[in-house]
Design a protein around this ligand. Structure first.
Ligand SMILES: CCCC/C=C/CC(=O)SCCNC(=O)CCNC(=O)[C@H](O)C(C)(C)COP(=O)(O)OP(=O)(O)OC[C@H]1O[C@@H](n2cnc3c(N)ncnc32)[C@H](O)[C@@H]1OP(=O)(O)O
Length: 392
């Protein structure tokens, strides 16, 4: 059990084993007429990663068992201990297949994936982050009025932690906002938090390709997500209504203005989490506050008050919580009346000089993080959070 990811899978509860989002693509197969080829099998393995809805633990166990049987043959692993619930369930599922031939397991896997595509709600294949037809959001509230598109993170019970769905929805909302007729875009949070950053349960959903594949997919997602902020063409304003953690803080360096309630705090506990900076903060924070203060935040995890963040230049202005909404909205409505093309072009002039650099920084940060996510330090921190041994 040396692999930390294996330990993570053991300790996290089955409800955390979600499947990463995305639409199922129909597998075009005549199931009765042919046996699944290796290519069909590989396609099916890829389709599982595209599932939009979680098929449930029972189905995931079946998929796991058939995958193992198809690729490794009958179960030859030692039976996990009785308290090792998740691995025992996985072992049981695989062991139940007995001596089922590899080809049959492969066929059954393909059939099962194919049946999922028709039973679960699916849509045509969509690249992550591209605009979808539906305008409904599960994790956000998006409104547009008075020339302002407002994107509200809306998982208050989870302190607006950013799960996989929310990453995709934010990208979708930003892409829609960049094309709508509003002049400015605002990001804020519902409830007492602005956002608690990356949803740490994102790390518990391990695909068949294992933790390496998970880390790779996460790095791709993160790079695309941060890229949307780098490229956003209109004035982008953060209304930080409460505490902000992790990635919700780092991307503030890519906003055009940051207004904060005096209840807000700014915390980037990357070292505590065995991780490293993202959101271009390894570049923007140094430019904004200088290396000494940036290091305090990004390396030593110093939590700043709103006043401190304002003094460091990360926050534009701080307002008493009691008047925060009223005062900031008055100001935003005035901004929204300014000529939109002039604002857009001024932003372009300011941002364009930096864009290439920002994309390069983003790529580098994501590649470093891809490695960090595989480290013992990171896995242990996630396990600690999930088992509630510690809060930050
Ligand atoms: C794929 C791209 C990856 C990009 C990587 C980005 C890096 C980061 O963003 S690092 C930052 C990650 N965030 C954290 O480490 C914060 C973890 N959360 C906490 O420490 C605490 O929850 C809190 C200090 C934010 C709030 O503590 P408080 O005691 O007030 O409330 P809780 O009872 O802990 O939370 C309520 C509820 O919300 C759930 N929750 C809060 N934050 C997260 C989170 N980041 N991930 C998952 N879940 C979170 C918490 O578990 C509680 O849920 P239950 O009521 O169901 O127990």
């Amino acid at each position: 059990m040396a692999n930390p990811a294996w330990r993570l899978a053991q300790r996290s509860c089955p409800s955390h084993l979600q499947v990463v989002s995305f639409p199922v693509v129909q597998l075009h197969m005549n199931r009765t007429a042919m046996r699944a080829s290796q290519k069909d099998f590989e396609n099916a393995v890829n389709q599982v990663k595209l599932l939009k809805k979680d098929p449930g633990n029972e189905v995931k166990l079946k998929l796991y068992a058939l995958y193992k049987q198809a690729t490794e043959g009958p179960c030859d692993m030692p039976k996990p201990g009785v308290f090792d619930l998740i691995n025992k369930a996985k072992w049981d599922a695989w062991n139940t297949l007995g001596t089922l031939p590899k080809e049959t397991a492969r066929q059954n896997y393909v059939d099962l994936v194919s049946s999922l595509s028709s039973s679960l709600e699916s849509s045509s294949q969509v690249e992550p982050g591209t605009d979808r037809k539906s305008t409904a959001y599960e994790t956000l509230m998006v409104t547009s009025e008075d020339g302002i598109t407002k994107i509200t993170l809306n998982r208050p019970a989870k302190k607006n932690a950013i799960n996989i769905e929310m990453y995709h929805e934010i990208m979708r909302a930003l892409k829609a906002a960049s094309k709508d007729d509003s002049s400015i875009t605002v990001l804020t949070g519902n409830g007492d938090y602005y956002s608690s950053g990356n949803d740490l349960t994102n790390f518990t959903d391990i695909p068949p390709g294992g933790v390496e594949e998970k880390a790779k997919n996460s790095a791709i997602l993160l790079r695309e997500f941060v890229g949307c902020f780098i490229d956003f063409p209109k004035p982008l304003i953060a209304m930080v209504n409460g505490p902000a953690v992790g990635i919700s803080v780092t991307i503030l360096g890519l906003f055009d203005a940051v207004y904060a309630s005096d209840r807000a705090t700014f915390h980037t506990p990357f070292s505590h989490l065995g991780q490293s900076p993202e959101g271009c903060s390894s570049y923007t924070f140094l430019k904004i506050m200088g290396p000494a203060k940036a290091t305090e935040m990004l390396v030593f995890g110093k939590k700043l008050t709103a006043g401190e963040a304002c003094a460091q230049g990360l926050v534009t202005e701080v307002f008493p919580d009691s008047t925060f909404q009223k005062e900031v909205w008055t100001r935003l409505k005035a901004f929204a009346k300014l000529p939109p093309n002039a604002m857009r072009i001024s932003k372009e002039v300011i941002r364009n000089r930096e864009k290439e650099k920002l994309h390069a920084v983003n790529a580098e940060e994501c590649s470093v993080l891809q490695e960090r996510w595989l480290s013992d330090e990171c896995m242990n921190a996630v396990v600690n959070f999930l088992s509630r041994k510690s809060n930050l």
